[in-house]
Design a protein around this ligand. Structure first.
Ligand code: CXF
Ligand code: ZN
Length: 383
């Protein structure tokens, strides 16, 4: 445990973290200070964290509202080190997954079965006039923004208890960390948001971790045909492992992809899921759906553009929707997904293409940038 000085609820911890000082520059491994947890907060020793595309997006496109310096990372698992006043749900030693989306269980949104967007959620993008985001992390006298309120590229972090899920003690942290974002997002988008039905035909656009998880969700929901769409055919073998039945590379066709899919499916798919974050592909995914009842779900995140489509697409009975965190109420969803993994009902290990350490975070970034990894899990602290 070199470099980490612990502990107790009232002491500041000095530990290692990867700091993003400015957009599009390598992260720097620094010694940072992690303040004690305050009321309703939990201080967590992060054991494993993976890199999600959103970390990369907000590092590279930082000019669009990211608040530097910051500590990225939001797909992780760890162990409770200490708790602040008012915390009843957690104690030191509990295994947990921090989540970027809270579930307070008290607001009108948490009480409604129709949404997972707790009223305590904060916008991911910083805008003028927004209250200063809370952070317990500092480095060299500067406050570090806690990206998505989590900041898991750090040996320790502090998260509100309403955004932490307690998980079973036997859960392997270096695997279940993936359930803190990408897998739950893709799987839930198919099962909870699209509500894929047995016997249906689905199309999944983009075969990164979220897309593969969407394929897995379509299969679990009983889809008969799952058409995997990607411009990189190297992704098709993996998609097959997850349940895809047909494979389409848009580069192999002169026709619009929606026409290709329509021809393959006698008029369009029942469900399509856009798992890239590209507005053009979002439109294609909508247009690939069958008239009358087709449902298209936007899963991939982008911050930049307006969406467009011809109104007739919707007038003729298609539904265009989207979800964050797969529509799962965050704490409940993480617990369900961890249980499903422990019961061998969902794949997780198969998403992991690389294992690195926090010191190698920039290598993890390169691998994802170049499309060479699905998920890289970084060991952050010893258990
Ligand atoms: C997030 C990105 C910001 C909006 C909600 C979904 N995805 C996480 O990686
Ligand atoms: Zn993510």
């Amino acid at each position: 445990m070199t470099g980490i000085s612990t502990a107790g609820p009232s002491t500041v911890i000095r530990c290692k973290a990867a700091v993003a000082w400015e957009p599009n520059k390598p992260l720097m491994i620094e010694e940072i200070e992690v303040a004690p947890p305050q009321a309703n907060e939990v201080r967590i020793k992060i054991v494993a964290s993976s890199l999600c595309r959103s970390d990369l997006y907000f590092l590279l496109e930082g000019k669009n509202g990211s608040n530097f310096p910051m500590v990225l990372g939001h797909e992780a698992a760890g162990i409770v080190e200490s708790v602040g006043p008012g915390v009843t749900e957690f104690k030191q030693g509990d295994k947990v997954i921090p989540i970027f989306l809270p579930q307070c269980r008290e607001c009108r949104f948490c009480k409604s079965p129709k949404t997972n967007l707790c009223a305590d959620s904060v916008p991911i993008v910083h805008y003028e006039g927004m209250p200063e985001p809370v952070s317990r992390l500092t480095c060299k006298g500067k406050k570090l923004t806690q990206f998505m309120r989590t900041s898991t590229f750090s040996e320790y972090t502090v998260v509100k208890q309403n955004a932490v899920a307690k998980i079973e003690p036997a859960a392997p942290l270096d695997k279940v960390c993936l359930l803190g974002c990408g897998i739950s997002t893709g799987y839930g988008a198919a099962v909870n948001t699209a509500k894929v039905e047995p016997g249906s035909t689905c199309a999944v656009f983009g075969l990164g971790a979220v897309g593969l998880a969407a394929v897995m969700g379509c299969k679990a929901a009983g889809a008969k045909r799952i058409i995997a769409v990607d411009t990189n055919p190297d992704k098709f073998d993996k998609a097959k492992e997850f349940g895809a039945t047909n494979f389409v590379n848009p580069k192999d066709h002169d026709k619009p992809i929606s026409q290709v899919l329509s021809d393959m499916t006698n008029g369009g798919v029942d469900y399509s899921l856009e798992c890239i974050g590209n507005v053009g592909v979002m439109r294609s995914a909508l247009e690939s759906c069958v008239k009358g009842w087709g449902v298209s779900v936007i899963v991939g995140f982008t911050n930049e553009h307006d969406l467009s489509a011809r109104p007739i697409q919707l007038i003729s009975g298609r539904t265009w929707t989207g979800s964050a965190f797969g529509g799962f109420k965050s704490k409940d969803g993480v617990q369900q997904m961890v249980k499903a993994y422990m019961d061998k009902k969902i794949k997780v290990d198969e998403f992991i293409t690389h294992n690195l350490t926090l010191n190698e975070v920039n290598d993890a970034i390169e691998l994802l940038k170049q499309g060479k990894s699905i998920r890289t899990v970084m060991r952050i602290s010893p258990e």
